[in-house]
Design a protein around this ligand. Sequence first.
Ligand SMILES: [Zn+2]
Length: 303
Amino acid sequence: MPTGFERRYVVGVDIGGTKIEAVLLSDEGAVVSSGRLPARQGGDQVVSDVEALVRQVAGTLFSKLAMIGVGIPGQVNAQTGHVSNVVNLGIGEYDLGSVLQRRLGLPVRVENDVNVAALGAAGIAKAPKKGTTVFLNFGTGLAAGIIIDNRLQHGESGAVGEIGHLPVDPNRFDCPCGQKGCLETVCSGSAVSRLWPYDNPALPGLIAAAQRGERNALEILAKVTHAMGDAVQIVVQLTDPRRIIIGGGMAKTGRPLLDLISREIGTREKHCAFLRNLDIASRLELARLDEPLGAIGAALLCR
Ligand SMILES: [Zn+2]
């Protein structure tokens, strides 16, 4: 009998700018163990840390591992496992997939961090897996992961869902990408921290100040909310998803964030029967942030 029959565990690893998280998943999809390490700069350090973490969470089950799935920020070629421009980790170009594969002696799949979070968020929800799910990541940046009938969408160059750099307002802020008025310059975690530097985390503080009637806060919140409405409408009108899962660091704001987006969409619906018929608010939900979504999603890459 092939030994592959014995290999029924996978490890998912989520490499972030500040920490690396990993989970060991059984073939029933249960999280058997998990661990984390602080992230260090540079491709070789990242590989050493991922290897150590995989061995740690697998423990005595290492010989039963079938595969490793990895999520990492930056540009990822999911076919080859090559990563580019991982700015937060000081990585320019790196063959992450093949180097890890050699070090661990196991097949490795590599994906973009938003895509693995999307898989994780959709995977742990007890919802039908058919149809389209959009994971809208309001993190440091803004991007969407799009899953259709349980399959992540990549497109020709892996740029599917990169809506953060849509220049919606040519008169607004300069974006590091070289354009002006990108969505990400207004409705991402880094943008809100820049626009409202008085609280940390910025968005709950901004919402509270707006509720107190502070004019500056009301103006900034209106801008942020408008851009969030644009982001939601863009993904809805492109993919007409069954579910829109709001995730990323800003989702820690919780219910008030969902209420803001729903109110913005509601305002737009008042004058537009087409939008009213889409009933976008009923498709919105918050990601479960008490779970390591990225690491679980990375493990689900192996399915
Ligand atoms: Zn941009």
